[in-house]
Design a protein around this ligand. Structure first.
Ligand code: 13P
Length: 248
């Protein structure tokens, strides 16, 4: 069985490099004792290089869809790759809310895979969409558009993060059985589009040390994308421990 992946998405919550390094070193140390789980850090762009230097697997929280040129303020996927970054989160609902359309997300995925980074594609429905019975339609739309026309030879590995928008930062995680069903739907659909790559599907949205076990004990759920709890040392270390112990 392959290792579960637990990603710490610090978002824009830390105020200094020292804090980010301190958390990453703590989780790295913990992860070294845990053979069945892989820790990935998604710190602020500004500290990616320092976290890479620690020897921690890293993800950027976003990137631009061009490698270089007159794009003031954007982050190049080529530079991320050259820094030693391995993953890139694309289509997080917090980016979609700020204007990332399905078309932009598709371009970003293409740029990321062209540079040999592994995309972590985030999908998820809002509460309104869930309540009006549109969940599967919304997810299908997000996935088919994000993965449209990706040359199979460029994409060897893909992570899909199912993050219900209403579960992010609210303390209201999705019911694990319901998440499992939704994630089966997502995985089947993704496999029909991306036939040759290794695909992992992970859950995100109010994951903590109390509920992590209910998610990662499901075979289909290959890990978690963790926001708030990744800022709390003991809580996140516990999440790593539980994910490790349930993956034997
Ligand atoms: P929370 O764990 O804070 O709900 O955030 C989830 C998330 O958005 C991870 O990308």
């Amino acid at each position: 069985m392959s290792n579960k992946i637990i990603i710490a998405n610090f978002k824009m919550n830390l105020s200094s490099k020292e804090e980010a390094i301190d958390l990453c070193q703590y989780y790295q140390q913990k992860d070294k004792e845990l053979p069945n789980v892989d820790f990935i850090a998604a710190p602020d762009f500004l500290w990616l290089e320092d976290v890479v230097k620690l020897g921690v697997a890293t993800s950027s929280q976003d990137c631009f869809f061009e490698d270089s040129g007159a794009f003031t303020g954007e982050i190049s996927p080529m530079i991320l790759k050259n820094l030693g970054v391995q993953y890139c989160i694309i289509g997080h609902s917090e980016r979609r809310r700020l204007g990332d359309t399905d078309e932009i997300i598709n371009k970003k995925i293409k740029a990321v895979v062209k540079n040999g980074l592994i995309p972590i594609l985030c999908v998820g429905e809002t509460l309104e969409q869930k309540q009006s019975g549109q969940k599967e339609e919304v997810l299908k739309n997000q996935i088919t558009k994000a993965l449209d026309n990706i040359p199979p030879s460029t994409l060897y590995s893909l992570v899909v993060a199912y993050e219900p928008v209403w579960a992010i930062g609210t303390g209201l995680a999705e019911d694990p059985e319901e998440a499992e069903k939704t994630m089966e739907f997502i995985l089947n659909l993704t496999k029909q589009i991306i036939t040759e790559a290794e695909i992992k599907i992970i859950y995100g949205g109010s994951v903590d040390a109390v509920n992590i076990g209910n998610f990662v004990s499901k075979n289909i759920i290959q890990g978690a994308l963790v926001g708030g709890s990744s800022l709390k040392k003991e809580e996140f270390a516990k999440i790593l421990e539980i994910a490790n112990s349930l993956n034997k």
